[in-house]
Ligand binder design. Structure first.
Ligand SMILES: O=C([O-])C(=O)C[C@H](O)[C@@H](O)C(=O)[O-]
Ligand SMILES: [Mg+2]
Length: 419
């Protein structure tokens, strides 16, 4: 089965004003939908970032990939690497660590690999999870992913989630998500308010939801000293503390002093980071993300490395649609050592999607692995067309949380080791 054509469709969907250490989410989030079609007419789906420079790299890779076998994983990777070239560094949103040529190639390769696995599964009558070694769990738990947020985008009406700028607002948000999705663990995105205020919100969550695993992720907005102080104060409250301070060295300092494991999707984001992080005992949990770790197969290889070195696994998420959720679910179901509930932005997309409804649903905070072959999902072409129109009209071509925040707070600076 050879690749006959590839369709790349940039899309935009509404996103609430979620606050983070870099600024605030813009009213529209961007993604690219990737459709690979074979010479036998079988098609597969992938989903990735929507920034224009990434889209241009996807276009160049698509040209290289035409004619390749969907089974030839290494050949597909080599073609993508050649199309990207050396010394090209991926876009930065400031929230997923340093860019590198390796990470760029991995990010460009990922959606094509997912689409090829979708095709291979459809052709063989197997689920993608089966191609990855078979599911070790039928259903993948996700965490309630809480954000400090404004009531609505400035100048627009309040959204249905409302404001969350203090512990009461955060607890109310958690209650809403738990009622609607049944989540059994909670992550709070931090790096927005002074650390003691964010710790207060964590204590409020503990009191409101006793026994639920909790995490906080300030995206490296704290110094090592503050991270140690807050980490010690949250002893017995957190299952892990995610990226409190910048860089492997800073994380190692903190890890040596705090009682809970440190997790990261910032200081270890490509293979080169693993040896120093392991040597320095900087992290206990890696948040993997197939979108920048080179797709699903390569993510399972990273997972095996983590098992060898005694690292636990969780999963990172950006704003995404159902193709990504399906891929994340197949991957996590087939990765034995993902033992923490995965992150997902799905609730913030509030039903907007490019896939037909029904295949993916939350049951008690977990997504059952879809039954159908491949990813087990179908593209909703009408929805895709609407979201593509939204992309064309929204005017955003690159995610920039800092620039958007500066429209309302010209003095705003990204928070890196700020507190
Ligand atoms: O560190 C993380 O978990 C993330 O970067 C997740 C997302 O990017 C989130 O922080 C966001 O979109 O604001
Ligand atoms: Mg994180």
């Amino acid at each position: 089965m050879r690749i006959r054509e590839i369709h790349l469709t940039p899309v935009a969907f509404r996103d609430p004003p979620l606050l983070n250490a870099m600024g605030v989410h813009e009213p529209w989030a961007l993604r690219t939908v990737v459709e690979v079609v074979t010479d036998e007419g079988v098609s597969g789906l992938g989903e990735t970032y929507g920034d224009l420079s990434h889209l241009e790299r996807l276009r160049a890779a698509a040209t290289e990939l035409t004619g390749a076998s969907v089974h030839a994983h290494h050949d597909l990777y080599a073609r993508v690497a050649a199309s990207v070239g050396a010394n090209v560094v991926t876009d930065q949103h400031g929230l997923t660590g340093a860019g590198s040529n390796q990470k760029t190639v991995d990010a460009v390769f990922s959606p094509f690999e997912v689409a090829c696995l979708d095709i291979r599964g459809k052709a063989a009558g197997l689920r993608v999870a089966d191609l990855l070694g078979g599911p070790v769990r039928d259903s993948v738990p996700y965490s309630a992913y809480l954000f400090y947020k404004w009531a609505g985008h400035p100048g627009a009406e309040e959204d249905r989630f409302g404001a969350a700028l203090d512990p009461e607002g955060i607890v109310a948000q958690a209650r809403l998500f738990i009622e609607e999705y049944g989540f059994g663990s909670i992550k709070l995105k931090g790096g927005v308010l002074p650390p003691d205020q964010e710790a207060e919100a964590v204590f409020a969550l503990r009191d409101a939801f006793p026994g639920l695993p909790l995490r906080i992720d300030p995206n490296a907005a704290w110094t090592p000293a503050t991270s140690m102080r807050i980490g010690k104060a949250l002893d017995g409250v957190l299952e892990y503390l995610e990226d409190p301070a910048p860089d492997i060295e800073g994380m190692a300092e903190v890890a040596a002093e705090v009682p809970m494991p440190l997790a990261t999707n910032m200081c270890v984001v490509t293979h080169d980071h693993l040896p120093p992080a392991i040597a320095r005992r900087a992290i206990g949990v890696l948040l993997t993300d197939h979108h920048y770790w080179g797709g699903l197969l390569r993510s399972t290889q990273v997972a095996a490395l983590c098992a060898t070195f005694g690292l636990e696994l969780s999963m990172h998420s950006n704003s995404h649609l159902g193709i990504s959720l399906a891929a994340m679910t197949h991957l996590a179901s087939a990765t034995p050592n993902i033992t923490h509930a995965c992150d997902t932005h799905t609730p913030w997309q509030d039903g907007q999607d490019v896939i037909a409804p029904g295949a993916l649903r939350f049951v008690d905070g977990a997504v059952p692995v879809p039954d159908g072959p491949g990813l087990g999902i179908e593209l909703d072409r009408d929805a895709l067309a609407v979201m593509h129109e939204q992309y064309l009209s929204c005017g955003i071509r690159r995610r920039d949380d800092t620039a958007y925040m500066r429209r309302f707070d010209p003095e705003f600076t990204p928070k890196r080791a700020h507190w």
